[in-house]
Design a protein around this ligand. Structure first.
Ligand code: FAD
Length: 457
């Protein structure tokens, strides 16, 4: 009987899964395979929050496969070696997997193709698994990718999306193929206490709940820091426990301004992926350099430490950094503010911030993280690279009653209303009782330094 392998990577679902559908279309047996590859961990993906979320995803995937008569096969080691080994054990002709955008993923795909072909087998790589519109499928006239979002979004919106496919009803997995034990979330230490749950079942539940009760108000509330009114689907989109094609189609079906705004954010995700696919070096190097001579040295280390710990003396920055540590997730407005503060007010290299985010974010994603950091640092695709966010005015605007700050900065829990954004204006005695730190830098000083550095003063 014909046997195919479906190699899961960042597409940990059964619904709307083109590689699985293609494997099943041919009839016969399917090996649903996931390889825990130490090289993936070494390429900075071993963060505890993502490992715990991944454990949930693998267990859920296995449970959903078992409901259909199958099971997940888990192997450990080099991906290429393991896939070739399973292919030989099961006499497989073809391997199906999703495309991916990083330099690591491209190299893995090339090696795998070569190794399989040398053994007379074939690799099929499917697009629109991890994106709604495939990277490289829309391009401007004179380039291999869009460098500006607005024209990209125009073209992206004109693309017809493929159909959404239901999860298969039955899967036959060859009995002889062995698997190592699936990991458990509880085995991972040093995770954030408020970490969310992973897995396709949870991702689908969240999407349905979001479309029912969050989408309508998304347009007016997505920047409301305290309201927490965004979808929180980012880890599911990152691990592929949710299909972006399905998310876009279902949101469009629901309709309205909330749906339009939400779909636009998913297009931002596709935008960043098409940039990274075309320029994989943008994960580590400036996409558009300004020749920045970022600050280094002992005093900078102290500033960065204060930033990491949420002790900068700027309440909204500190609230967001503490949310990151507690949940392994941060509101998008918070991400913008803390990234602006690090790269522009403190004038610290964006890679320092991106690294810290990847250490903690459950949705930590090379394309979205590095390119959003570059956007905020002004070395990326922002058409206004020197914009600086003022954390006080931004705090008052997006957290007018101060609830977000009070939720995360317990020293300031007793300060009423929006006054929480300017603790330095409190009477001296009241202020000293809070124990909250003084600002580590004056905003005017930070701004001057940044302007000088970018040759704008
Ligand atoms: P929603 O507002 O509900 O949006 C829906 C989906 O659209 C998100 O799940 C996400 O997949 C996508 N999306 C939303 N905003 C953006 C954006 N600005 N850019 C690209 N895609 C977007 N997102 C990640 O998924 N992983 C990261 O590692 C990451 N790092 C970031 C670092 C910085 C400095 C900044 C400014 C943003 C970063 N983002 C990252 C983008 C964004 O902050 C998150 O996707 C969003 O906050 C996730 O929350 P949500 O699912 O509730 O988003």
């Amino acid at each position: 009987m014909r046997t195919s392998i479906v190699l899961f990577t960042c597409d940990l679902r059964l619904s709307d899964h083109p590689p699985l559908r293609a494997a099943l279309d041919g009839g016969g047996r399917v090996v649903p395979l996931f390889v825990r590859d130490p090289a993936v961990d070494a390429a900075c993906f071993a963060a505890p929050n993502r490992r715990a979320f991944l454990a949930d995803c693998l267990r859920d995937l296995d449970a959903r496969l078992r409901e259909r008569g199958g099971r997940l096969v888990l192997r450990e080691g080099d991906t290429v070696t393991q896939v070739c080994r399973v292919a030989a054990e099961t006499d497989t002709d073809e391997v199906h997997m999703a495309d991916d955008v990083s330099a690591f993923a491209h190299a893995r795909e090339r090696r795998l193709r070569r190794a399989l072909e040398a053994a007379g087998r074939r690799l099929y790589v499917h697009d629109t698994v991890s994106t709604a519109v495939a990277p490289g499928s829309v391009t401007p006239a004179a380039s291999d990718h869009f460098a500006v979002f607005t024209p990209y979004f125009r073209r992206w919106s004109e693309q017809g999306l493929r159909d959404v496919w239901e999860a298969p009803r039955a899967i036959t997995v060859p009995e002889e193929v062995g698997s190592v034990m699936l990991p458990e979330r509880g085995q991972v230490s040093e995770t954030s206490p408020g970490l969310c749950r992973g897995g396709e079942t949870e991702g689908r539940r969240r999407l349905t709940a979001w479309l029912r009760s969050g989408l309508d108000s998304y347009e007016e509330r997505h920047d409301d820091l305290a309201g927490d009114a965004t979808s929180k689907l980012s880890p599911h989109l990152h691990f592929g426990t949710l299909s972006p094609v399905e998310a876009v189609r279902r949101a469009r079906r629901a309709g309205g301004p909330g749906a339009d705004a939400f779909v636009r954010q998913i297009a931002w995700r596709d935008f960043n992926r098409q940039v990274l696919a075309a320029r994989p070096d943008a994960a580590a190097r400036d996409y558009r350099t300004h020749g920045d001579n970022w600050r280094v040295g002992k005093s900078v280390e102290a500033d960065v430490e204060a930033w990491r710990e949420g002790l900068t003396g700027y309440p909204v920055v500190d609230a967001a950094m503490r949310q990151l540590r507690h949940e392994g997730w941060m509101h998008n407005r918070g991400r913008l503010l803390v990234a602006s503060f690090l790269t522009k007010t403190l004038y610290v290299d964006w890679r320092v911030g991106a690294r810290h985010f990847l250490d903690l974010l459950v949705d930590g994603d090379l394309a979205n993280n590095q390119l959003n950091w570059q956007w905020m640092a002004g070395t990326g695709t922002d058409t206004r690279p020197n914009r600086v966010f003022n954390p006080v005015t931004q705090g008052k605007r997006y957290d007018p009653d101060g609830d977000y700050v009070r939720r995360w900065v317990e020293e300031l829990a007793c300060v009423q209303g929006g006054a929480v954004h300017e603790p330095w204006k409190l009477p001296a005695q009241e202020r000293s009782k809070t124990g909250y730190p003084e600002p580590i830098v004056s905003l005017a000083e930070g701004l001057e330094r940044f302007k000088r550095a970018r040759g704008r003063s």
